[in-house]
Design a protein around this ligand. Sequence first.
Ligand code: NAD
Ligand code: GLY
Length: 361
Amino acid sequence: MMAKTLKVELGTRDYPIHIGPGIFTDAELYRPHIAGAQVMIVTNETIAPLYLKRLRQTLSTFDVREVVLPDGERYKTLEVWNRIFDALLNARFARDCTLVALGGGVVGDMAGFAAACYQRGVAFIQVPTTLLAQVDSSVGGKTGLNHPAGKNMIGAFHQPRAVIADTDTLETLPQRELSAGLAEVLKYGFIRDSAFLDWLESHMAELLARDPDALAHAIERSCEIKAHIVAEDEFESGHRALLNLGHTFGHAIEAGAGYGTWLHGEAVAVGTCMAADLSRRIGWLSEADVRRIHHLMVCAGLPTQPPSQLSPERLLELMAVDKKVIGGQMRLVLLKMLGEAAINSDVQRDDLLATLSTHAS
Ligand code: NAD
Ligand code: GLY
């Protein structure tokens, strides 16, 4: 299998997404994007024993330091994030330093946000090691942290200089995390590409069995769609918001269940089922479409119902803390049909509560 390179087209800030097996140890992929001598690898305690030594060797011509964070969504906090600045300042890193995020979306979001803020902005490279990070979080420059009151509520847009997605790293990923990544892969089919959705449906068994060709195709197509949307609407003034299908519901589930209890992809899967149900209530999707979405989630090993302790009223309260809320008006990403999403700012509270009640057990 050959490596492939896509591009996120952002004028002078264009950057490559390299996808392929064995590529995270290719020094030539990093070199053009590292201006100074100082490199800080940001990773976590699960990924470090698996991949840190090899990455350090790959970058051995630079002055490489590392910061190893605790593992988990519950550590995506201001307090833990500050450790990256401690490491940078203790090592006297200058403005021409480069951060390298080695890990999943949590590490990528935290390292990216540190790069956005350190000395008012330094370079960073994403080396995503989860399926979710390879298809979504490493691309597009959204970085940030959670607040107890709301998910990803503190952050910045800061694009990486390059994304190096080594598909071999997925071999060590737990199966539950693989399924969580598939929720974001399915999202691209739901919002933009019904042919891709058909392909995913017929190749789900191969994807779950980690067939390298099937995974490579799913990652490439997902990144193509994301790169295209980001190039058109980098700062989410318009249709980039469609990438948040299921996320307003999902973020409420993650915050309500306690960060880390539910995986982000799992919460997005349930959120997508809720968005589908609501889309049917307003006459956009058919019953059959909704059943197909549920079936796809189940086939991907994903949940379709939220945790039982979350009442519809509590979910509604949590959903009001969402970055898409403007002037107190909730804006939800819904599906007009399979392969086409749209923002709806006019959802009636009764419909929303009916959807939440249907899904509450
Ligand atoms: P994660 O970063 O928590 O990684 C999942 C788990 O897998 C962790 O325990 C991690 O240590 C482990 N892991 C990572 N790579 C591994 C590997 N190769 N082998 C074995 N274990 C490995 O979770 P995630 O699903 O990658 O990311 C979720 C986060 O991404 C959420 O915080 C979410 O908000 C964020 N996100 C951001 C964006 C964005 O655009 N910035 C988009 C989607 C999601
Ligand atoms: N994950 C949504 C976005 O990047 O816009």
